[in-house]
Design a protein around this ligand. Structure first.
Ligand SMILES: NC(=O)c1ccc[n+]([C@@H]2O[C@H](COP(=O)([O-])OP(=O)(O)OC[C@H]3O[C@@H](n4cnc5c(N)ncnc54)[C@H](O)[C@@H]3O)[C@@H](O)[C@H]2O)c1
Length: 388
């Protein structure tokens, strides 16, 4: 069993999710590689308590990411910091020769994403991937297998999205994720968009152009100090795309929807694929079930399948037991380490977001901003797919 020694930069919500996944690595009996967290970095030193209490392997605690990157024992880093810091810290990590799983959106905007891409090009021996756990739910894996087998026939329409209601409460105090400076102009697209793009991009469904409708519903929020602060980021985005299937060159409509103000939704991921031979749809609201319909002539009839624990990377959990968010995080980490060790993911839909896919998401979101401004359809620069 190879051990990859990790440092975490950004010990907040997502830093803890990785640490917790590493702590239950024994769930993955077939893995021949495992992470060991030996260093953590955050500006907020209060966060170290949880790590100290739970991980005896951590020997370095620092508020300076450069100190962590200078640690020769560390092979790889997970970086989960606000978006305005992605380009600076990801590039520094790559230049220090550390393998990297970086959080989405992988740069606050297209320019910063370009800086990261350039750095990756100059350091081809460093393994770099972007985080998104959306394909790692069992139902998504099943849809992925259908795509691989070309079970859908000609694709008629794809709808993919991620819906929150985390901002329905207008009296909720503002945090960095609602501020332009830290979150970026993309707003909800930067926060949620990569998740909604991961499956379609991996399927080779490439958006050619976009007409975006973006809404900023909440103009200001309590600042937590008794006053109000401007809340300038987009709350909801619907992207109407003309997409092309790379394999067949056939075009079809695709929507990518990301919302922070989606009535009735706490944290809903969904994907719907409609084709001439088969259709499938899944929503994390019914996390354990995927709906499928094969069309062979005659009546059309949807089937509802319980998915259980059909994961990409073998788990000790019983096959009939349902999966959840933290299972998809564990699977994503298995994907990162498996690909680091073996040079490719265990299957097409069991890999983390590539730098090319992240760059394509930036091309899409940047075109969406322009589309909103002009009120018209904007072409998407898909040349980024060949860039790296
Ligand atoms: N994959 C997912 O499902 C998912 C979910 C939520 C957030 N995210 C992404 O993860 C990243 C972090 O989000 P979060 O929810 O964990 O945020 P968070 O605010 O909980 O954590 C970010 C941490 O970064 C720290 N930080 C800020 N500046 C720093 C610096 N210079 N050096 C070291 N640490 C610094 C903060 O103190 C904070 O603890 C973002 O890119 C976000 O989009 C991903």
């Amino acid at each position: 069993m190879r051990t990859v020694k990790f440092g975490i930069i950004g010990c907040g919500l997502m830093g803890r999710e990785f640490a917790s996944a590493a702590a239950r690595w024994c769930h993955l009996p077939d893995m021949d590689v495992r992470p060991e967290i030996i260093a953590v970095c955050d500006m907020n030193e209060k966060l170290f308590e949880w790590y100290k209490g739970n991980f005896s392997s951590i020997r370095q605690f620092t508020d300076n990411y450069k100190e962590l990157l200078a640690n020769d024992e560390i092979h790889a880093v997970y970086i989960a910091v606000p978006h305005n810091l992605h380009a600076e810290i990801y590039s520094a990590a790559i230049m220090a020769g550390k393998h990297l799983l970086g959080e989405k959106p992988f740069g606050i905007d297209k320019k910063d994403n370009g800086i990261i891409s350039e750095c990756i090009q100059k350091h081809p021996n460093v393994f770099v991937r972007c985080s998104s756990e959306s394909p790692f739910f069992p139902a998504m894996q099943r849809i992925g297998h259908m795509i691989e087998k070309k079970a859908f026939g000609r694709i008629l329409e794809v709808n993919s999205g991620f819906l929150h209601s985390s901002d329905m409460d207008f009296s909720k105090a503002i945090n960095w994720k609602r501020m332009l400076k830290f979150n970026g102009e993309y707003g909800c697209m930067g926060d949620l968009g990569m998740h909604a793009c991961h499956m379609p991009f991996r399927a080779g469904w490439i958006p050619k152009n976009v007409r975006a409708i973006l809404s900023n519903v909440v103009g200001e929020r309590p600042n937590g100090k008794g006053g109000m602060a401007p809340c300038e980021t987009w709350d909801n985005a619907t992207l109407f795309c003309e997409a092309v299937e790379t394999d067949t060159d056939k075009e079809f409509p695709m929507t990518i929807k990301t919302q922070r103000i989606a009535p009735g939704h706490k944290n809903t991921w969904y994907l719907e694929v409609l084709g001439t031979k088969a259709s499938a749809r899944w929503s994390s609201k019914q996390i354990n079930t995927v709906e499928m319909m094969e069309y062979t002539g005659g009546e059309q009839s949807w089937q509802v399948l319980d998915m259980g624990h059909e994961t990409a990377y073998k788990s000790i959990t019983g096959g009939i037991f349902e999966a959840g968010f933290s299972d998809s995080i564990l699977q994503m980490w298995a994907a990162f380490l498996y690909e680091l060790q073996h040079g490719k993911p265990i299957s097409r839909f069991a890999g983390c977001v590539t730098p090319q896919e992240a760059a394509l998401s930036h091309a899409l979101f940047t075109a969406a901003l322009e589309s909103q401004k002009k009120g018209s359809v904007v072409e998407i620069d898909t040349s980024v797919l060949k860039m790296l």
